[in-house]
Design a protein around this ligand. Structure first.
Ligand code: ARG
Length: 458
């Protein structure tokens, strides 16, 4: 028996039941659905639309159903299509006549909009918590590595030396923006749509504000048509999720690279690496690779839902049932990626000696050599040319700039004195870059202070 069976003379085709039913994935919304129904029933009773006794019976019945589902005692029915009609059918079976009054002044269209908003709000809260844990770890690691020198890169070629702390704080900034996007998205998700009905509201005297307050929403939605056809908040969440995955993916790519024998900047903890079924020597950074790989499916969900929504006339259309799987999948994968990534980063070993050596090589101090010449009065463009010649000489003689003798240096410019060595030392290259936002220790310490202040205000 379908809850909407009245105008039908024939049963739904079995293949159609299977095709259009969403219970195999939307059962996940059972808590949201039941809490929403409880709030709706209390409001109906308060407004005198149903009696207090009916309201109480409904709430009590729903409480029992909630417990039964949580205990795994409920078998959902495909014929009841979705979580909304499954719960309603269970309720009628459980409490009889009063159960048939729950859906007064409500449609599945505003009901599903409510459930998805409640789900998205808690997903945002969970991911925010994951990001906070990761940010705090980054701050702690940055504090530990204020003096850990490493090469900075452009084009993956050694460019200028930096510290590991500065590098880690770059990721801190990315995730900080992600936190901002999530909280921004939450503002727009935090609107209560019940009362919109199927599309055109309702003739019953509903108290929408009362329902919103019970469910912890900041406000009610403004337009009944928009209330049932808006999934912007899901797309915004998927968009924020995509950016987080993009940031994680870049970080993972660096860790994969850094754990190669060629780089050897890091050693993954054994708990976060895997072996090969054939090559006994292998220790593979699978966790980092899988996180990098999972960015693809989250981006796909964003594009998928945008495409699902783009041609829909107002108001509700069944196409919108396709919002849930991307949302659930993106959320659960993002949560797993963030928590696993944080565990991996917390246990990784940074090989300071190798990083330090890396920072000394590759002429990462060439800019400072040129800047030294500028301070001696040579125009920067000429200083660049002279330094380039010195680098070429060093490449040919397998030396670093610091290896050049005072005599060799004089050939490049008579203005070069003994003070050059100090001017292009690793220490100087990093710690003289004192511009705000730069890698000098004083600035990175400031960045950490700012970061901590940001976290304290969350
Ligand atoms: N399962 C549906 C969904 O997720 C619920 C809303 C159904 N509404 C309707 N008019 N068929 O979108």
């Amino acid at each position: 028996m379908k809850l909407w069976g009245g105008r039908f003379e024939k049963a739904t085709d079995a293949a159609v039941d299977d095709f259009h039913s969403s219970i195999h994935f939307d059962w996940k919304l059972y808590e949201e659905d039941i809490h929403g129904s409880m709030a709706h029933a209390r409001m109906l009773a308060k407004q005198g639309i149903i009696t207090d006794a009916e309201g109480e019976a409904i709430v009590k019945g729903l409480e029992g159903i909630l417990q039964d589902i949580a205990a795994g005692k409920v078998e959902f029915s495909l014929a009841a299509e979705d979580i909304h009609m499954n719960v309603e059918t269970l309720l009628i079976g459980r409490i009889g006549e009063a159960g048939k009054k729950l859906h007064t002044g409500r449609s599945r269209n505003d009901q599903v909009a409510l459930d998805v908003r409640l789900y998205t709000k808690s997903a945002i809260d969970e991911i925010t918590g994951d990001l906070v844990t990761l940010e705090n770890l980054l701050l702690k690691l940055a504090e530990e590595h204020l003096d850990t020198m490493m090469p900075g890169y452009t084009h993956l070629q050694k460019a200028q030396p930096i510290t590991l702390a500065h590098h880690l704080m770059a990721y801190f900034q990315m995730f900080r923006r992600d936190l901002g996007r999530l909280s921004d998205c939450k503002v727009r998700t935090d609107e209560m749509p019940l009362g919109a009905g199927a599309l055109a509201g309702t003739t019953y005297d509903l108290d929408r504000e009362y329902v919103a307050r019970q469910l912890g929403f900041a406000r009610v939605t403004e337009n009944s048509l928009d209330s049932v056809s808006d999934r912007d908040f899901v797309i915004e969440f998927l968009s924020a999720a995509s950016l987080i995955m993009m940031h994680l993916s870049r970080f993972c790519e660096e860790l994969v690279l850094w754990s190669t024998q060629e780089f050897s900047f890091v050693t993954m903890d054994d708990g976060y690496a895997t072996g090969s079924s054939i090559m006994p020597q292998k220790k593979n950074p699978d966790v980092a690779e899988l996180i990098r790989g999972k960015s693809g499916r989250v981006f796909g969900h964003l594009m998928g839902l945008l495409t699902t929504m783009k041609g829909l006339p107002l108001a509700y259309n069944k196409d919108m049932q396709e919002d849930k799987e991307p949302l659930f999948d993106a959320h659960s994968n993002l949560h797993k990626c963030l928590t696993t990534f944080t565990g991996m980063l917390a246990t990784i070993t940074f090989r300071k000696d190798v990083m330090h050596r890396g920072a000394l090589g590759g002429f990462a101090n060439a800019t400072d050599f040129a800047d030294y010449l500028v301070r001696k009065g040579i125009p920067f463009r000429d200083a660049h040319e002279i330094t380039g010649k010195a680098v070429l000489y060093c490449i040919k003689h397998e030396k670093s700039l610091l290896d050049l003798s005072a005599e060799e240096l004089k050939d490049f410019s008579p203005l070069i004195g003994e003070d050059l060595y100090g001017a292009i030392s690793l220490e100087t290259c990093v710690n003289e870059r004192k511009v705000y936002g730069g890698p000098a220790k004083v600035q990175v310490e400031q960045a950490i202070v700012n970061g901590r202040a940001f976290m304290a205000k969350l």
